[in-house]
Design a protein around this ligand. Structure first.
Ligand code: 3HC
Length: 286
């Protein structure tokens, strides 16, 4: 563990990203208050972390005592009122602008004046999410990648009103997690990684729909020709085809450029409920 972090981190949303982030943060010594709308969602999330850590113990990567110490750092709640002593909030709920705004509006009344608010949004405007937070200067993006315990990158994003001090603290925090931060200096849809990744996956879908090559061969080409760990269709299934469609639509609206719009084949798969790994079927079956 690097250093000895003091501080309490509040995480809103115990889905895939919230769970992964909570694991990283607790493993690095922070107390974590994890909240979702139902306590059972939070319990399931902490249960998944326990299983991951048990695997790490089996592999000899951590000791049983380290696992127990990490697990003891979680506080589970369904109540945002429990966030009054947190130093940093990371929001990792669904990609729904109104929901994100409402959460930060509520948190502004609960948290200390110095608490930094961060969104883990994959693509949406940090400035817009922070607009009603009452503290746009202490609001930024801290964007992790899936699976958060494995992926080394974190994007730290400035909104149009984020202060330099907030960004400095966010960078320091991500470094304390053992991650490599990159600074996104201008609030722009998709930041760095998703700005590149979403059009890439969309173009793969177009290539497939045009009959140029099969799903399997496009994935093989990308894995062996570019040394990516996953091909675009594996990645679409992994992250959720519905999320990719949502982000493509957001890009198309925000950039006023229909070239970013989701390929029809992706929209049809979402309509058919074939959203990827989470539904048991996407471009592949699970
Ligand atoms: N949680 C925690 N740990 C996990 C994990 C998870 N969900 N999935 C895998 N791991 C760990 C394994 O335990 C293993 O750890 P070990 O080295 O200590 O044994 C390690 O990761 C490697 O896992 P596996 O051997 O099972 O499998 P792979 O070697 O095939 O790796 C992968 C799996 C890490 C997912 C790899 O395929 C990969 O890097 N894929 C690309 C992922 C990617 O591109 N993510 C970014 C998506 S875009 C995004 O997140 C942006 C968002 O805004 C949408």
């Amino acid at each position: 563990m690097e250093g000895k972090p003091v501080g309490v981190i509040g995480i809103v949303g115990a889905g895939t990203m919230g769970t992964g982030i909570a694991q990283v943060v607790a493993a690095m010594g922070y107390k974590v208050i994890l909240r979702d709308i139902k306590l059972s969602f939070v319990e399931a999330s902490v249960g998944r972390i326990g299983k991951q850590l048990a695997k790490s113990v089996e592999k000899g990567k951590i000791t049983e005592a380290q696992k127990e110490e990490t697990m003891a750092r979680f506080v589970m709640t369904e109540n945002l009122q429990d966030f009054k002593d947190v130093d940093i909030v990371i929001e990792a709920v669904l990609e729904n602008m109104d929901l994100k705004k409402a959460i930060f509006k509520e948190l502004n009344d609960v948290c200390k004046a110095g608490t930094i608010f961060a969104s883990n949004t994959s693509s949406m405007s940090i400035t817009e999410i922070g607009k009603e937070s009452g503290r746009p200067d202490r609001f930024c993006g801290i964007h992790f990648f899936n699976p958060a315990p494995v992926m080394r990158l974190v994007e730290v994003i400035s909104g149009l009103r984020t202060s330099d001090e907030t960004i400095a603290k966010a960078l320091e925090f991500t470094l304390s997690l053992g991650k490599t931060p990159v600074e996104v200096k201008k609030d722009s849809p998709g930041f760095i990684v998703n700005r590149l990744l979403i059009p890439f996956m969309n173009e793969a879908a177009r290539l497939y729909a045009e009959g140029v090559a099969s799903v399997e061969d496009i994935d093989t080409a990308v894995k062996l020709g570019l040394n990516h760990p996953m091909g675009p269709f594996q990645l679409l299934d992994f992250g959720g085809i519905d999320l990719s469609v949502t982000i493509s639509n957001y890009f198309s609206d925000e950039f006023n450029d229909n070239g970013y719009a989701p390929q029809p084949v992706l929209k049809q798969m979402v309509r058919a409920g074939k959203t990827g790994m989470k539904s048991g079927e996407g471009f592949y079956k699970y």
